[in-house]
Design a protein around this ligand. Structure first.
Ligand code: SF4
Ligand code: SF4
Length: 422
């Protein structure tokens, strides 16, 4: 094949004519985010639209284009970057993605794409649907809450004699992936493993087997596919001398793990203590604000009316509001209850749990207790949040890196390994 010249974001590159645009860009060091794209699928699926670029002036998925002489591609305009992020955020909001509890975590393309795009929470409300988890296949489990309908399984998984194993059922919003149990049972062990591997999310799982790879060995653990990957916190030289600032902290619906993590800073805490005065905080046991604060740090989401009130007070009393940890970002582990009606959760906890008295019929209630919300909310759903620190929990060094950068300036960034938490 002859080579051709093409342009990405105004720069000229060369590739063999006819090469898929995603591959040609990556071979030239340009990362075009993509999810459903598998180089050997011809024609490419083009279902997820994550790789949408402006190609010769028109918005098209890059995976469905080949390079040719004179092709002009825009990849990183602010509009395209935002649109791509929105698409992936929608996938997270549409399904139930609790990564720390997911068998695919660390090997999941969707999760990886979230990290690559710098997504720490979705701007769209989570639907928290309660979809079927299908345990009927002999060796597979189909977790419909994690399926992004990329069509990979439909197009790639066949029995040795050519029978399709997965198919789409229904239409529009109701579309789900179906499985032919008879044909699935005829897949060899290797083909069954491949079916689970082909799925870019944890929607197709091997029955009875979790992926017990330790952190560090999983596909996407330690590297980003982008040559430079950092999220700037603030820019500019640090202020010297550093003026003493006042911080308030609180733990809402969380496990207090983020606060414990803050204390893990060990001897560096001496430096922090010199630079910071703590106002309202469980670290000082000061119960109410005694003054306006420079920075408020919130752990945990909102599970009851008191959490909401406290969060609103923090927004009101703090110049900068930072939320840290997954519970504060989107609900985290307490939000696992969001897929069930509140009444069912209370019955499970007070009437049917292992520690309930046999025959117990009363769910405790008192007007003095804070009212439980219908679901757990991330902090940004209740008040305007200035900064989010991802992690479960975030490491002490990351928390203080962000705090110092926000309070006294400097050009620190969160790096890939710091942004990842699963
Ligand atoms: S499928 Fe991927 S994104 Fe979803 S919960 Fe599992 S690891 Fe997270
Ligand atoms: S089950 Fe997996 S491979 Fe199949 S459509 Fe859903 S996300 Fe894609």
């Amino acid at each position: 094949m002859p080579t051709c010249n093409f342009w990405i974001d105004g720069k000229q590159y060369t590739a063999e004519a006819g090469t898929n645009l995603v591959d040609a860009a990556r071979a030239n060091g340009i990362f075009i985010p993509s999810l459903c794209y598998f180089p050997h699928l011809d024609p490419p699926l083009g279902t997820c639209r994550t790789c949408t670029c402006q190609i010769n002036g028109r918005y098209n998925p890059a995976c469905t284009e080949s390079v040719r002489e004179g092709l002009k591609v825009e990849v990183y305009t602010p509009e395209l970057v935002d649109m791509r992020k929105a698409l992936v955020e929608m996938m997270f909001a549409e399904g139930n993605h609790f990564c720390p509890a997911c068998e695919k975590s660390g090997n999941c393309d969707l999760q990886h794409m979230g990290y690559e795009l710098g997504i720490s929470t979705s701007r769209f409300p989570h639907l928290f649907q309660d979809r079927l988890i299908d345990y009927r296949p002999e060796r597979l489990v189909l977790e419909h809450n994690r399926c992004i309908k990329c069509r990979r399984c439909v197009e790639e998984v066949f029995t040795a004699d050519g029978h399709r194993v997965f198919m789409y059922l229904n239409r529009g919003n109701e579309t789900v992936v179906g499985i032919d149990y008879e044909q699935a049972a005829r897949l060899s062990d290797a083909e069954t493993r491949q079916a689970a591997k082909i799925c870019p999310t944890g929607a197709i799982l091997l029955r009875g087997k979790t992926l017990a790879e330790p952190f560090g060995n999983r596909t996407f653990d330690l590297h980003s596919v982008q040559s430079s990957y950092q999220h700037p916190i603030s820019e500019g030289p640090p202020a010297t001398p550093r003026k003493k600032k006042t911080i308030a902290t609180v733990s809402l619906a969380g496990c207090f793990g983020c606060h414990m993590s803050m204390l893990d800073i060990d001897t560096e805490f001496l430096e922090v203590a010199e630079l910071v005065t703590f106002n309202k905080s469980p670290l000082t046991d000061i119960k109410t604000f005694t003054q306006r604060c420079d920075l408020g740090i919130v752990e945990g989401g909102c599970a009851n009316a008191e959490n909401i009130e406290t969060l609103r007070t923090f927004r009101e009393m703090c110049d900068i509001l930072v939320v840290m940890g997954e519970c504060a970002l989107w609900g985290g582990v307490p939000a696992l209850r969001n897929t069930f009606p509140l009444g069912e959760c209370l019955e499970e906890a007070y009437l049917h749990s292992l520690t309930s008295e046999p025959g117990e019929r009363t769910i405790p209630y008192s007007e003095d207790l804070p009212k439980i919300l219908n679901r757990v909310y991330g902090c940004h759903e209740i008040v305007e949040v200035d900064y989010l620190i991802p992690g479960c929990p975030p490491a002490a060094s990351h928390i203080w890196k962000v705090v110092k950068s926000l309070l006294w300036g400097g050009d620190d960034s969160l790096l890939y390994a710091e942004f990842k938490y699963d």
